[in-house]
Design a protein around this ligand. Structure first.
Ligand code: ADP
Length: 561
């Protein structure tokens, strides 16, 4: 009998064991979608603004034929096939067709800087690039610098394809050939890879195995997780180039949820229309997306019918209380907060209310809903402070470390950067407290912390408070060098309307909530806060821009305790 490559126990030594040598591959998910959920829909908003609809049965057929087409280009096990693509059915076909062949799908983030793009495509050794026609300018800027053999274009009808490229549809041809269902025999083989978005440094490659993706997809069905089911319609706003759209495409296919893919239109109006028209029940994205959607809903509260929407999954950055409460109190919509990273596939923790706490609206439940939640099943957490692991007392901060079957063991290319402990945990760079029931609260990233006179100030807590002021639409609090205190917090703000609240008004607003040495030394107004490639506030750029904001620093009169 076969022995798994972990090689633990053989059946001839211990008869009667489970079939746990059956490889957990993404093909397993595809087979289930194509049979049990064959008629469930996949709806895509097409570039012209129309709708493309088909079923999982049709998707599976085309995904398998894509595998055959790629094999005809000489692609085989271990080869990297990259995508520069938004959320649409052809991208979904690549999610299944590429790994089914034993090849590795590398989803590339088109919003990265061209230099980073060229670096990661070269490092990953991508042999094929599948690119949306609309993203051609991104690809054409680097194509001459990278060793990719074939460019495949997903045409959008806006004109002829660039010379020297292949049409995606020509790869998905009908024919007798089939990729065998068991092309992947070892589920610890690589299936996908994705680079971090580089909020705090150069993007680093994370490689997902078949097994990690299948276990992760299974976990998205847990009711204390996202609870994906065969009655759901899932609209991932989070891009399919960013941590596999949080694993939702695989989760939806495994659990029989329909999929709604918004293509290139990520405008609040476009998304709200799609949510309404498809009766989507679950949607997901980073907070900046929801801030814009909330503003559109506030402006037109009855234009869209979102009565089917049960869960708006928000992660990637902390959900501001004003966003969670605004959706719930003004529009009856439930926000579900979750934490994760590219390195954790990304499901790390989900913020449901525990037993014994009123689930209704109100501060008791919001305390938990606004936390980063409890670790997902099969994810373990601990936090380390300067004096070692911190107690789970909900008070003592430390850097969060995690481990689990869908957590990275190393970075691709060996650039581990001190992020993995000798005993096998991944150091997240997030500073948390953990309460006795395992609820995490992220107070900062290690690189975003404001360290004032030896004490840590949580930029996240200040941002949250500032964003609940009616005059403030967006807030980012950054550490600015200070001659006496080393660093002091400065708040960078975007106004909600024409009137900007004064510094004194903001300080008075914050004063009841924080020790006075936490209050920002300065408030600066900007038109827009720069965003990372995945829509998070780019604090590195702000720190650079406001490096001299305290101009050698007016001495503070208050003493740090
Ligand atoms: P990058 O590290 O380049 O931003 P990721 O998308 O992997 O790329 O981001 C992971 C990071 O995002 C986490 O380490 C954490 O700092 C932040 N993050 C993710 N989810 C949350 C959340 N719910 N609350 C606060 N921060 C979050």
């Amino acid at each position: 009998m076969a022995v798994s490559d972990a090689g633990a126990v053989r059946e001839d030594e211990f008869p009667g064991l489970m079939m746990d040598d059956l490889p957990l591959t993404t093909t397993w998910i595809l087979r289930r979608a194509a049979t049990v959920f064959a008629d469930r829909p996949v709806v895509t908003r097409t570039p012209g603004g129309g709708r493309h609809r088909y079923t999982y049965r049709a998707m599976a057929g085309r995904a398998r034929r894509l595998g055959v087409g790629l094999a005809s280009l000489g692609i085989g096990p271990g080869d990297r096939v990259a995508t520069l693509a938004m959320n649409h059915y052809q991208h979904l076909e690549a999610y299944f067709g590429v790994p089914a062949l034993g090849a590795v799908l590398h989803t590339v983030n088109p919003r990265l800087h061209p230099q980073d793009l060229a670096h990661i495509v070269t490092q990953a050794a991508d042999r094929v690039m599948i690119v949306d026609q609309a993203l051609w300018p991104v690809w054409s800027a680097i194509v001459g610098q990278v060793p990719v053999a074939h460019t495949v274009v997903v045409a959008d009808g806006t004109g002829p394809l660039p010379p020297g490229t292949l049409a995606y549809e020509d790869l998905v041809v009908e024919g007798p050939d089939q990729v065998p269902d068991d092309a992947v025999a070892n589920d610890r083989q690589a299936a996908m890879m994705c680079y971090t978005s580089g909020t705090t440094g150069r993007p680093k490659g994370v490689v997902y195995s078949h097994r990690s993706l299948v276990l992760h997809a299974l976990a998205t069905g847990g009711v204390d997780s996202v609870g994906l089911s065969a009655r759901d319609m899932v609209l991932p706003v989070v891009p399919m180039f960013h941590v596999n759209a949080w694993g939702l495409p695989y989760g939806a296919a495994l659990h029989g949820s329909g999929l709604v893919l918004p293509g290139h239109d990520l405008s609040p109006e476009g998304l709200l229309t799609l949510l309404d028209e498809t009766g989507a029940t679950v949607t997901a994205g980073v907070p900046t997306i929801w801030m814009a959607i909330l503003a559109a809903l506030d402006a037109h509260p009855s234009r869209w019918n979102l009565s089917q929407l049960r869960t708006m999954l928000v992660g990637g950055a902390a959900v501001p209380a004003a966003v969670l409460q605004g959706f719930r109190d003004r529009h009856g919509l439930g926000v579900l907060h979750a934490w994760g990273m590219t390195e954790t596939t990304p499901l790390g923790s989900v913020a449901h209310v525990p037993a014994g706490v009123d689930e209704g609206p109100g501060p008791a439940g919001d305390h938990y809903r606004l936390s980063q939640g409890r670790p997902a099943a099969l994810v373990e957490v601990r936090a380390r402070g300067e004096a070692g692991l911190v107690p789970w007392d909900g008070k003592t901060p430390g850097e969060l470390e995690v481990r689990g079957p869908w957590v990275a063991r190393h970075y691709y290319g060996g650039d581990d950067d001190g992020k993995f402990t000798p005993d096998g945990w991944f150091k997240t760079g997030d500073v948390v407290t953990i309460d006795p029931q395992g609820y995490l609260v992220i107070t900062d990233r290690t690189k975003d912390l404001v360290k004032s006179g030896g004490e840590w100030i949580s930029s996240v807590a200040l941002e949250n408070a500032l964003m609940s002021h009616p005059g403030v639409a967006e807030a980012a609090v950054i550490a600015v060098p200070h001659p006496r205190w080393q660093e002091r917090p400065v708040a960078v703000l975007v106004a909600r309307g024409a009137e900007r609240p004064s510094d004194q008004e903001l300080a008075a607003f914050l004063a009841p909530q924080f020790a006075d040495w936490w209050l920002p030394d300065a408030y600066r107004w900007v038109e827009a806060i720069p965003r990372t490639a995945t829509g998070k506030f780019l604090k590195a750029a702000l720190r650079e821009q406001f490096r001299d904001a305290l101009g050698g620093g007016a001495q503070r009169t208050r003493e740090v305790p």
